[in-house]
Design a binder for this molecule. Structure first.
Ligand code: SAH
Ligand code: SF4
Ligand code: F3S
Length: 450
C-alpha cells in the first residue's frame, strides 16, 4: 500500500480497484486520464477488468440521443452485477451526468455517484460517500477549472501519441448543440503547464501530441493565443508532431495558417466542421459564418499548405432543411473534396435553442435518405483522396504493429492517413519515409524507402 506523505492520513482507496469506461469525444478520453490520475492519488488501483472492480465509472456523452441510449443500455447490463456484488459502487461522469443528474439517481437503474465534467477533483469524496451507503453527487460547473496541473495517466499505451487538453467548455451555442450546457463556459488552460506536459511526453518517448478543445482556435491566456501556443508546443522538438482538434471556421485565421506552414512538425491536417453547405441553414444553426466565408477559409488553407488534408463534420436533416439546402451541402463537399468526414443525422437535444424554437420537422426517412446521400458521396471523395496518394512519398510516424499482420507496422502521415508497410528494421516511434503503392478507402499501403 502507498502512503500519502502529504497528509499522513490513510488513503480512501487503499488498493480498491477502479474500472472506467469512456464514451463520446476525445475530450472525454482526456478527462478519463485525469480521473484515473486523481483516483490513483487517493490509493485506488486502475484495472482493465470490470469483473475485478470495486468502483465502476462510466464517462458519458449526450451529443445525440443514441449516445445516451447506449449508456442506459450499459446501466441495465450492470444491474445484474450490482445485485451479485453488494459493495460495488457505480458512478456516471461526463456530459450525461451533467444533463440528467436526477434521472440517473432514481429508479431501478439508479447509480451511486454522479459527477459532472468540472467536479472530478471531488470524485474521491463522492465515491467515499457512496461506499458509506449514500449517494455522491456534484454537477457544479466551473468558470475556471482546467485540471491544469494534473498529470493524466496515459491509458492508450501506444506510447507514441497522446492527447493534451488545452481548453474546456464552449461559448458558441450552435443552436442544435448540447455541449455548452454540459461543459459550461469556455476557459483556457495555462500555457506553461501545456508546454511542460508536451515536453514531459516527449522526454518519455512520445512523438505526437494532439491539442484538444471544443474550439481550440479561440484559445487565449494572457497574451498567448492559439497560434502562439501552437508555436511553443511545436518548439519542444522538431521530432514532436503536433495536431489539434477541433477548429471553428469563424476563427480559422491566416496567422494560424502561417504558423502551421512555418513549422513542418505541425501536421498538415485540419478538421474544420462545416455542418452544412447552405448559408440559410448555417444561420439557423447559429454557426456565425456563411458558405462563402467557409470556402474562403478552405482556399486560404490550400494557399498556405497545398498538401494539407481537410476533414469535416456534417449534419443531415436539421430544422427546416429543404432539398435545395441539402444539395448545397453535397455541392460544398464536392467543392472542398474532403479527405474524411463524420456525418450525422440531426438529433434534437433537450434544452438547446433549436429544441425550444426550431421544429424538428424533417421526417426521419428524409433525414436518413439525405444522410445516405452524404455518406455515399463522401465514400467517393475519400477513395479519390487516398488514390491520389498512390505513388507519392510520405514521412510516417510508426504507432504500432498492423492489426492484421505482425510483420507489418502501422503509422500515420502528417495528413493523418493510416499507412501499413513491412516492418524491416523499423520500430514503434520511428519516422520512416514510405512510398505509397496501393490503398483502400481508409488505409494506404506502402514500402519503406530506407
Ligand atoms: N466543437 C466541435 C464539435 C463538437 S460535437 C465543433 O464545433 O466542431 C461533434 C459533432 O457532433 C458536431 O460537429 C456536429 O456535427 C455533431 N452534432 C452536435 N450536435 C448534434 C445534434 N444535436 N445532432 C446531430 N449531430 C450533432
Ligand atoms: Fe457544439 Fe458549436 Fe460548441 Fe461545437 S462550437 S461544441 S458544435 S456549440
Ligand atoms: Fe459528447 Fe460531451 Fe464530448 S456531449 S461529444 S462527450 S463534450
Amino acid at each position: 500500500m502507498t502512503v500519502n506523505v502529504n497528509t499522513l492520513r490513510p488513503l480512501a482507496g487503499s488498493g480498491r480497484k477502479l474500472y472506467i469506461e469512456t464514451y463520446g469525444c476525445q475530450m472525454n478520453v482526456g478527462d478519463t486520464e485525469i480521473v484515473v490520475s486523481l483516483m490513483q492519488r487517493e490509493g485506488y488501483v486502475y484495472t482493465e477488468r470490470m469483473e475485478d472492480a470495486d468502483v465502476i465509472l462510466i464517462n458519458t456523452c449526450s451529443i445525440r440521443d443514441n449516445a445516451e441510449q447506449r449508456i442506459w443500455g450499459r446501466l441495465a447490463e450492470l444491474k445484474g452485477l450490482r445485485r451479485r456484488r453488494p459493495g460495488l459502487v457505480v458512478g456516471i461522469l461526463g456530459c450525461m451526468a451533467e444533463r440528467l443528474r436526477e434521472k440517473l439517481l432514481d429508479g431501478a437503474t439508479g447509480v451511486d455517484v454522479v459527477a459532472g465534467p468540472d467536479a472530478y477533483r471531488d470524485l474521491p469524496r463522492l465515491v467515499r460517500e457512496a461506499e458509506a451507503g449514500g449517494k455522491g453527487v456534484n454537477v457544479l460547473l466551473s468558470t475556471e477549472e482546467t485540471y491544469a496541473e494534473i498529470a493524466p495517466v496515459r491509458l492508450d499505451r501506444n506510447g507514441v501519441s497522446a492527447f493534451v487538453a488545452i481548453m474546456r467548455g464552449c461559448n458558441n451555442y450552435c443552436s442544435y448543440c448540447v455541449v455548452p450546457y454540459t461543459r459550461g463556459r469556455e476557459r483556457s488552460r495555462d500555457a506553461s503547464t501545456i508546454v511542460a506536459e508536451a515536453q514531459s511526453l516527449f522526454d518519455n518517448g512520445y512523438r505526437e501530441v494532439t491539442l484538444l478543445g471544443q474550439n481550440v482556435n479561440s484559445y487565449r491566456t494572457g497574451d498567448v493565443d492559439f497560434p502562439e501556443l501552437l508555436r511553443r508546443v511545436a518548439s519542444v522538438s522538431p521530432l514532436l508532431r503536433v495536431r489539434f482538434a477541433t477548429s471553428h471556421p469563424k476563427d480559422m485565421s491566416d496567422r494560424l495558417l502561417e504558423t502551421m506552414a512555418s513549422m513542418p512538425n505541425i501536421c498538415r491536417s485540419i478538421h474544420l466542421p462545416a455542418q452544412s453547405g447552405a448559408t440559410t441553414m448555417l444561420e439557423r444553426m447559429n454557426r456565425k459564418y456563411t458558405r462563402e466565408w467557409y470556402l474562403g477559409r478552405i482556399a486560404a488553407i490550400r494557399r498556405y499548405m497545398p498538401d494539407c488534408s481537410i476533414t469535416t463534420d456534417l449534419i443531415a436533416g436539421f430544422s427546416g432543411e429543404t432539398e435545395e439546402e441539402h444539395r448545397e451541402t453535397l455541392s460544398l463537399m464536392r467543392e472542398v473534396g474532403y479527405d474524411f468526414a463524420y456525418m450525422f443525422k440531426y438529433s434534437e437535444r433537450p434544452g438547446t435553442y433549436a429544441q425550444r424554437h426550431l421544429p424538428d420537422d424533417v421526417p426521419d426517412d428524409v433525414k436518413s435518405r439525405r444522410l445516405q446521400e452524404i455518406i455515399a458521396l463522401q465514400n467517393e471523395l475519400g477513395l479519390a483522396s487516398y488514390r491520389r496518394d498512390v505513388g507519392r512519398e510520405f514521412e510516417v510516424l510508426v504507432e504500432g504493429e498492423s492489426k492484421r499482420d505482425a510483420n507489418q507496422l502501422s503509422g500515420r502521415t502528417s495528413q493523418n492517413k493510416v499507412v501499413v508497410f513491412d516492418r524491416g528494421e523499423h520500430r514503434v516511434g520511428d519516422y520512416v519515409r514510405v512510398r505509397i503503392t496501393g490503398c483502400t478507402a481508409a488505409t494506404l499501403f506502402g514500402e519503406a524507402l530506407e
